[in-house]
Design a binder for this molecule. Structure first.
Ligand code: 5GP
Ligand code: MN
Length: 320
């Protein structure tokens, strides 16, 4: 059971104006939390500003509509609530300036250094969405069907459809409560997971066709390079989830997806089985994340980046 710190509840209860921010490369958890918080605080009569990222993924478009009907203007200003963001460098500021405003950070990343003025960090929480759900209930804030749906999406996506090791009794319990409040699992799963574009389908094909294994299949690399992908798009959306295919291959303990987002700029997604802390590799390259799901960006060509990452993975796996 999550306990919401009194000072967090107090700051949000007493504040009248808020700005909601999250991390770069928006995902289901960051968007679900932002949208849910925006709706619920607005319904409480607070003035809230939620700047929308330009790269709002198409599969979450239905959630963008959940903020319609409420005033969303810069007059929101006030304290800044940052959700699901592991560090200051990952904040997606958009058109917002901090200007010394109070920053309230609500997050579930283990490596969060408590960068806010007020911090609630819960590494045991499967998704930031669970934390926002508990916060809203603690506040006695309205949680209608759309708010419940946004929170359900947050938990569903961060737990890999309730299949990762972070799918705890808490996540199932919260999801059940959200369904009671009106979230429709069939509809939401359909929107998020069965909504491929043809470009995405081609990217899956190319990434999987180019799979390359090391150490008798214990490590599997997938690659999306700009030259071979006709349909290439640098948006995170066009490669999200592809790495999960690599982890579904028998015998794979560590998987990496290398995505050439610009010449000599490689986005790396890393995944590992339980017991292998792959965030060590991400941190080595200036990134971060969770023990079994992490990422980083490497400024080098593909071959150099892959060799460097392989070397670090080998260290984590104990190969000499
Ligand atoms: P993904 O592979 O899905 O992009 O990211 C997996 C996890 O690693 C996410 O929880 C994300 O927050 C974290 N992550 C990805 N890239 C970075 C990065 O560049 N820096 C940090 N600190 N975390 C990252
Ligand atoms: Mn998250």
């Amino acid at each position: 059971m999550l306990t919401v710190p009194e000072e967090i509840v107090g700051a949000i209860r007493s504040g009248e104006r808020f700005t909601i921010l999250s991390h770069k490369d928006p995902d289901g958890d960051s968007l679900g939390c932002s949208v849910a918080l925006f709706r619920s605080l607005s319904q409480m009569g607070k003035r809230v500003y939620l700047p929308l990222p330009e790269d709002f993924p198409r599969k979450y478009e239905f959630m963008r509509k959940y903020i319609n009907g409420f005033p969303n203007s810069r007059t929101g200003e006030g304290d800044i609530i940052v959700v699901d963001c592991s560090c200051e460098e990952r904040i997606n500021w958009l058109d917002v300036e901090c200007n010394g405003r109070k920053v309230i950070s609500i997050d579930h990343h283990e490596d969060n250094p408590n960068f806010g003025d007020l911090n609630w960090v819960e590494p045991e929480s499967p998704a930031a969405g669970d934390m926002i759900f508990h916060l809203l209930r603690q506040l006695g804030a309205p949680i209608d069907e759309k708010t419940a749906s946004a929170l359900y999406v947050a938990i569903m996506t961060d737990t890999g459809r309730f299949s990762f090791s972070n799918a705890t009794p808490q996540s199932f319990f919260d999801a059940g409560e959200l369904v009671k409040l009106g979230a429709n699992p069939r509809f939401l799963t359909g929107e998020v997971y069965f909504n491929f574009s043809e470009d995405y389908l081609r990217n899956i094909g190319i990434a999987l066709f180019n799979a390359h294994n090391y150490h008798n299949g214990r490590i599997l690399f997938l690659t999306l390079d700009r030259a071979t992908t006709q349909s290439f798009s640098t948006s995170p959306e066009n490669s999200e989830g592809i790495i999960d295919f690599a982890m579904s291959v028998r015998g794979v303990d560590v998987a990496a997806l290398f995505k050439e987002i610009a010449p000599n700029k490689i986005r790396v997604s890393l995944r590992s089985r339980r017991g292998i802390d792959i965030s060590e590799v991400a941190k080595f390259f200036g990134g971060g994340g969770h023990p079994n799901a992490a990422g980083c960006t490497i400024n080098a060509n593909l071959t150099t980046a892959q060799e460097a990452v392989l070397e670090q993975i080998r260290k984590v796996l104990g190969y000499r």
